[in-house]
Design a binder for this molecule. Structure first.
Ligand SMILES: [Zn+2]
Length: 130
């Protein structure tokens, strides 16, 4: 019988997993850049469908978690949860996160420091540091 502990995946195990997408790994780095001292992904398959969770713990004791039906979506949701509505420590604009590329045609980015997916770099980039 599996215990909840059997479902834990720590940072090192996670990075060692084969077939981890670049976006997923980059999302975990984004979570780390928010100051998290510990990040983890977990799954629960005790019932259908399997649920995936992304978790972050902060030095001040704060904790955040997001869940989805697949691992990458859980990590993207936690990134959005952590970044949307924050304040950029570099440009001091409000912060936003999108797991997609920069689409200036539909977004007015003058008031938002958006963290977006840079397909060329295969990484998440902050608008003010692009
Ligand atoms: Zn900024």
């Amino acid at each position: 019988m599996a215990t909840p502990r059997d479902h834990l995946i720590n940072d090192e195990d996670y990075r060692a997993l084969e077939n981890v997408s670049k976006k997923l790994a980059a999302g975990m780095e984004v979570i780390g850049r928010t100051g998290a001292e510990f990040t983890q992904v977990r799954f629960c398959d005790e019932d259908e469908p399997t649920l995936w969770m992304a978790y972050a713990r902060y030095p001040d004791g704060g904790q955040q978690v997001a869940a989805a039906l697949d691992l990458e979506e859980a990590v993207m949701r936690l990134c959005a949860q952590l970044i949307n509505g924050g304040s950029c420590r570099h440009c001091h604009r409000g912060t936003g996160f999108t797991p997609r590329g920069l689409t200036t045609a539909v977004l007015d980015l003058s008031d938002i420091c958006l963290t977006f997916w840079d397909d060329d770099a295969q990484a998440f980039t902050q608008a003010c540091r692009a």
